[in-house]
Structures are given as C-alpha cells and as structure tokens.
Design a protein around this ligand. Structure first.
Ligand code: ZN
Length: 329
C-alpha cells in the first residue's frame, strides 16, 4: 500500500466519502467489490503526482510526502480523469483550494461523528505500524524459514522487529470502540510472546549473522545412544511446537486483518489477500501453501490462543498442526 491506512481514513473521513468536485459530490465506495458501478469507486488523487513525470509532478517532494493526507484529494474516477487530463487548468494550488472548500462544505452541511473519526484514525495508525513491524508484506517468505527444512531459523531484522512489536503492543492505549478488533490484537500479542520465547530457547547466530538458526543440540560428541535418542526427541518436539506457534501466529494475523476489514476499511489488504504460509519441501520436494485460520466456531466462541500450556493439547484441534502433546520432562 503506498497510501497508509491512516492517511486513507483521514482523507475519506474529512471528505465524508464524497467526490470533492462541487457539481459532483457523489457518495463513493472504497473498493470495486462493494459496487457494480465502477464510477462510484473513490480514488485518492495525488495533488503533486505520486511518480515523477505524472500530472503536476514535483521531483523535489519526497515519495513519503506525496502519499500523505496533505497531498491527496478524494475524487470519483470520472473527475479524477478530467483533472489529470487538464493540468493547465487544475494546478496544485487550485486542487488545494478545491479540497479545502469541499472539507469546509462537509463540516457545515453534514453532521459527522468526530469522535468516531478520531478513533478510526488511531486504529488505522496502529494497523499501519503493526503491518510494518510484523513484516506482513513478507510474511510468507520469513515464515517459510521458520517452518521449512526441520531447522527453524529467522532473519535477525525480523526477530528484532517482532521484539519491538511486542513492546509496542503492550504500550498501546486503545480507544475502546471496537472490542473485537482490540481482542484480536491482544490475541496476536500473546501468541507472539510465546512464539518468540519458544523460538529463542535454542537460537544461535551462524555465518554472516543475518539469520539466527535453531541449534541442533542433539549432535553430541560422545557415543551415548540413549542420550542421543532422548535429545533428538526433544529437538523434534521443539521444532514441532515452534512450527505450530508459527501457524497460530498466522491465524492470529488473519483474524486481525478480518477485524480491520470489518471495522476500519473494507478494502484492507484485499489486493494482498490472506496471510499465507508455505511449508516444505516435502518428500517430493514440493512446497505447500495454505492459509491457517481460526474456524468460525473458534472465533465465535472466542477459543483463540489459550496460552502455551493449554496450546500443547489444543493445537491438533486447529485446521493444521505439525506436532501434538506435551514435552516429556
Ligand atoms: Zn466526481
């Protein structure tokens, strides 16, 4: 997403989801999936073009600033095209006036729920930060290192950001408007804590140090078959529970995305789709892709992550589990 969810929420809120052209002002929807009339799909029109060479471009403006609320005006796709085709008429300054006048019109003539808009902006800001620190855009890639090859490993950068995410989630104050969304974030945070703590039990840096590897602690020097067998069983158990926690974390991430779509933005990550994991390679060197999810029953009954001791027993009730049972200690 080039425009953050936060900028999107502010733009659509202040424009009351209407086209900014005074003779149009039609009510717009955020995504084509919500309508069978494509002219009703709203477009975040860049005042200074998003790319160099586009309409009203300004190479001196940073890409970040180009995608901020201050540089966006909400239009229907018909007016967006008219404006972009008439650069000489629709200058940067004129578009800024158009936007300001539309927002003033909205304030005077429509009764907007200001408290809801403020809360939605807070949530949207949190969601943007969660997407970034959880590396949601690279989830399939980083999780495949955790799940693949019988030896969990993780990129140092991802591991550091996940630690930062845990602290950040603990420090959030929530608006309290959407309890089920907040619960989904809380669930994600609890899985994340147990996932990271379990993964960290046997991690060591290797090679150039860009990745942390699970140490194969069963590889002992002395000839001691019973000890070797016992350590190997412990190792396999550890790999399985790390994998199952990775799958549970993916379920938790998909639940957060569902809740964001329900309450904040219908089109949140529709283009990217579900959070997917890959597992493999299997005996035939194939990688299997799938979408771990809580079932509707689990979500409805709030049978989400129960904490690690209970999760040992509960994991094989989920849609996919790698191991089962408790550690032999
Ligand atoms: Zn319009």
């Amino acid at each position: 997403m080039t425009v953050s969810l936060k900028s999107q929420k502010i733009l659509w809120g202040k424009a009351a989801a209407r086209c900014a052209m005074p003779e149009c002002r039609r009510q717009l929807v955020e995504d084509i999936s919500e309508t069978d009339d494509p002219t009703l799909v709203g477009e975040n029109c860049h005042i200074v073009a998003e790319r160099d060479g586009g309409p009203r471009s300004d190479p001196t403006m940073s890409v970040e600033d180009r995608n901020r609320y201050a540089n966006l005006v909400l239009l229907c796709n018909v007016d967006h095209k008219i404006i972009d085709d008439n650069e000489a008429v629709w200058t940067v300054d004129r578009l800024k006036v158009l936007k300001a006048e539309h927002e003033a019109w909205v304030e005077q003539s429509l009764r907007l729920d200001g408290a809801k808009m403020r809360d939605d902006t807070v949530y949207a800001d949190y969601v943007d930060e969660w997407v970034r620190l959880a590396h949601l855009d690279e989830w399939t890639a980083w999780s495949s290192w955790v799940l693949g090859s019988g030896q969990p490993r993780i990129w140092v950068k991802v591991d550091e950001d996940l630690s930062a995410l845990r602290r950040w989630l603990l420090g959030r104050t929530w608006p309290g408007r959407y309890p089920s969304l907040e619960l989904a974030f809380g669930n994600f945070g609890r899985v994340l804590q147990d996932f990271q703590e379990t993964l960290h039990e046997h991690l060591e840096p290797r090679g150039k140090g860009e990745q942390l590897f699970t140490c194969k602690f069963y590889q002992i020097k002395q000839w001691d078959p019973p000890l070797y067998a016992s350590l190997a069983a412990q190792y396999n158990f550890h790999v399985d529970i790390v994998s199952d926690l990775m799958l549970e974390l993916t379920r938790a991430a998909n639940l957060v995305c569902d809740e964001v779509r329900l309450h904040i933005a219908h089109n949140f990550r529709l283009a990217e789709g579900n959070v997917i994991v890959q597992r493999g390679p299997d005996m035939e060197l194939r990688w299997v892709e799938f979408v771990p999810r809580y079932s509707l029953e689990e979500t409805a009954a709030l049978e989400l992550y129960p904490g690690l001791p209970q999760f040992y027993d509960d994991r094989d009730h989920r849609d996919w589990a790698v191991g089962r049972g408790r550690p032999n200690v």
